[in-house]
Design a protein around this ligand. Structure first.
Ligand code: NAD
Length: 489
């Protein structure tokens, strides 16, 4: 079985640590690798490599940094199918979903290739008498990224290509549940000619993360994961004087109005609720069918669930939905389903998954007639569970949506421009969909969570990403002509 290495500079190392954690193929419940649980010593070695590389990389001209991004993008395209298969193997999502994971990530690399344009400053001549003003954005130093299990390629790629394109060096601490894709991404970056030390990798959990958060040589922390850990990372990182962007969990609402187009809406809801087995921070997990939309919506979703093929994604290309990440997740989700039943929501489909496989499967589950205060309607379950509520009208649906403490995504399905407009303006979250099931922004836009879905100011991705990984300098210059005149030229 493979021991997953760390990367310091150009050296792939098997560190001498006391703790190791298993990496599973979730479809089969079988261990495929083990990952070292690093601590302060490994983090220190990574920081030394990144600090040394920063000296030269931060002075490298932007077009030369962009050239390295183009080369990396070409590597990702060449190894696209191999990466997708690896994601499926260690995460359990279907091959098609894994392709989406890597494609969305490549789009960020594509965005970062434009760094020469993205990082231009501003110039105001004659800002005062005889004085010109120029702004420039400079890299901030060694940055670190801590990522979750659910997008093994996309979320790391939200971070390090932009940080590196801006002239920073980077330490990635991927989820200990899916370290293999991160290692492959770093191998490809080295093959693409990224100088040693520009991208480094450590593995582990809280100990490694805390060592990064507390180290004086780390300038910025990017985090994506659960709200509990996001808050810890934000508070601790800020206390240690770093800039921090920390994206957390979510409970996303989908509203179906009586005038929504039924078939397209059902397809979008199924993708949003059960894609990646519900393990997406933009997963639609609450379905509010307004007024007389309720019975038809319930019928259509139940029928679509009956047609969903759940199976081993590494063997069965026909599987529409794979397992959840591990047995602990599976047990937690099944407990939440029991809680929903105990609170007297109506279990329409799903519950347990009766399977001979040792994989971590949960059946696609639909509850109806839930109330907003129930556990299944409040908590992020992060599994294939869709909870349906029946608000009287759009006002009540918006009121219930805004009681939710999170603020990632909310979606409305309607043919009414007025309803869509009211919803988009009144809903308290950062990413809104109108007839779009998963309104996750593309690379040019920031991933704009609000409320308890995000801690910080500048979000990951897009121009906000460039701002996060750079700091602005303003140069005021006065050049007068007195000397020239004394010389007579
Ligand atoms: P997680 O919070 O358990 O882990 C995320 C990262 O934090 C991992 O690298 C992990 O090793 C580390 N970590 C775990 N416990 C820690 C601790 N006590 N102290 C310091 N570090 C710790 O999240 P997960 O289970 O890997 O991912 C699922 C969560 O991520 C969900 O809540 C999901 O909504 C969220 N997520 C959010 C976004 C977003 O953009 N808002 C995107 C993807 C996933």
């Amino acid at each position: 079985m493979m021991d997953v290495p760390v990367l310091f500079g150009e050296c792939w190392v098997t560190p001498q640590v006391s703790g190791w954690s298993p990496v599973f193929n979730p479809s089969r419940g079988e261990e495929i690798a083990r990952v070292p649980m690093c601590g302060a010593a490994e983090v220190e070695a990574a920081i030394q490599a990144a600090s040394a590389a920063f000296v030269t990389w931060s002075k490298t001209p932007a077009p030369a940094r962009a050239a390295r991004m183009f080369a990396f993008k070409a590597k990702l395209e060449t190894h696209f199918e191999e990466l997708a298969a690896l994601i499926t193997r260690e995460n359990g999502k279907t091959l098609e979903e894994a392709r989406g994971d890597i494609r969305r990530g490549i789009e960020v690399v594509d965005f970062a290739c434009g760094i020469s344009h993205l990082n231009k400053g501003e110039h105001l001549p004659q800002v005062a008498e005889g004085i010109d003003g120029v702004t420039m954005r400079e890299p901030i130093g060694v940055c670190a990224g801590i990522t979750p299990f659910n997008f093994p390629a996309m979320v790391p790629l939200w971070m390090f290509p932009i940080a590196v394109a801006c002239g920073n060096t980077f330490i990635l601490k991927p989820s200990e549940k899916v370290p293999l894709t991160a290692v492959r991404l770093a191998e490809l970056a080295l093959e693409a000619g990224w100088p040693p030390g520009v991208l480094n990798i450590v593995h582990g959990g809280r100990e490694a993360v805390d060592a990064l958060l507390e180290h004086p040589e780390i300038a910025a922390i990017s985090f994506v994961g659960s709200t509990r850990v996001a808050e810890h990372v934000y508070v601790t990182g800020c206390r240690h004087g770093k800039r921090v962007q920390a994206a957390g969990g979510a409970k996303n609402v989908m509203i179906v109005m009586p005038d929504a187009e039924p078939d397209a809406t059902t397809r979008a809801i199924m993708g949003a609720a059960f894609g990646c087995a519900g393990q997406r921070c933009m997963a639609g997990s609450i379905l509010m069918a307004v007024g007389n939309a309720a019975s038809q919506t319930r019928e259509q979703i139940a029928a679509a669930i009956d047609n969903l093929v759940v199976g081993d994604t590494s063997a069965n290309p026909k599987a529409d939905m794979g397992p959840v990440i591990d047995s602990a997740s599976r047990e937690r989700i099944l407990r939440s389903i029991e809680w929903g039943v105990a609170e007297r929501a109506v279990l329409v489909r799903g519950g347990k998954h009766e399977s001979q496989s040792r994989g971590f499967f949960v059946s696609p589950t639909l509850f109806d007639e839930a109330r907003p205060d129930m556990h299944i309607a409040r908590e992020e379950l992060f599994g294939p569970v869709l909870t349906m509520l029946r608000p009287r009208d759009l006002d009540e649906a918006i009121t219930w949506t805004n009681r939710n403490p999170y603020g990632n995504g909310a979606v409305i399905f309607t043919n009414s421009g007025g309803a869509a407009r009211q919803f988009a303006r009144e809903v308290s979250c950062g990413m809104v969909g109108v007839n779009v099931g998963v309104p996750a922004p593309m690379a040019a836009f920031a991933f704009s969570g609000w409320n308890r879905s995000f801690f910080g100011d500048l979000h990951v991705q897009g121009v906000e990403g460039v701002m996060f990984y750079t700091r602005q300098k303003i140069v005021l210059s006065r050049w007068d002509n007195a000397y020239r005149r004394t010389q007579g030229w």
